[in-house]
Design a protein around this ligand. Structure first.
Ligand SMILES: [Zn+2]
Length: 222
């Protein structure tokens, strides 16, 4: 069975959204027997395990909901590249379960470069933030962190080069005394989150945490 009908809009593939834009059937196979985690019983068994927390300098706790393995990879691709925005709800359901961060901490989406956002038509991190805000009651503060310039593609680069490419790539507003939770879709090397944290710490943030949908396990070993 094909999970979702794919249509084309302005040349972009678009999943026809469930009724009202909300998740009403299994996010993976489309079965109407969906449980509280957004999947049917069979698909839930296929979901990758929760990864270990990552250690990233400048971030007090970096948590992710799922290891970046199939079928989570397929879901991330559908979410980011096939314009299936409502999958933000699926990922946020799993991310919210990892939220043991201090009361009052605000959600900040990792900013995409405007060019990439324009190509995609939306920001996946902002969508995740909005869903998390709806589920947890936390405030989302997307204006507190911005990307100053586009960085070259990072794929295949060692960590030192990734860090060097990102130096100064973000600017923060006044974050004095604010605890923040950075929200991202996939952690690979952690260089982007690290640079966001440096920027927010330099802007006076009280504490920086991170909450992500997926994390690549053993990145250093690859
Ligand atoms: Zn299913």
């Amino acid at each position: 069975m094909k999970p979702f009908k794919i249509a084309l809009s302005k040349g972009r593939p678009v999943c026809l959204p469930p009724k009202g834009g909300r998740l009403l059937s299994c996010a993976l196979c489309g079965s109407p027997w969906m449980n509280a985690g957004g999947l049917c019983r069979d698909c839930e068994k296929k979901l990758p395990k929760k990864p270990e927390d990552r250690r990233i300098f400048g971030i007090k706790r970096t948590a992710a909901a799922l290891c970046y393995e199939e079928p989570a990879i397929a879901l991330v691709h559908r979410f980011k590249y096939q314009n299936c925005r409502y999958l933000a709800e699926f990922f946020a359901l799993h991310m919210a379960g990892e939220d043991d961060f201090p009361k009052g901490a605000v959600l900040i989406p990792v900013p995409l470069h405007p060019n990439r956002q324009r190509q995609r038509g939306f920001s996946q991190t902002a969508e995740l933030c909005a869903e998390l805000s709806r589920m947890t009651g936390r405030r989302a503060e997307s204006a507190l962190l911005a990307r100053s310039w586009d960085t070259p593609p990072q794929t295949g680069l060692p960590l030192a080069d990734r860090r060097a490419n990102l130096k100064g790539a973000f600017t923060a507003g006044d974050a004095k005394g604010i605890s923040v939770i950075l929200v991202d879709d996939v952690i690979t090397s952690g260089a982007t989150l690290g640079e966001c944290a440096n920027t927010l710490n330099a802007a006076g943030a009280k504490a920086v945490y991170a909450l992500c949908a997926c994390s690549v396990d053993n990145w250093e070993a690859q």
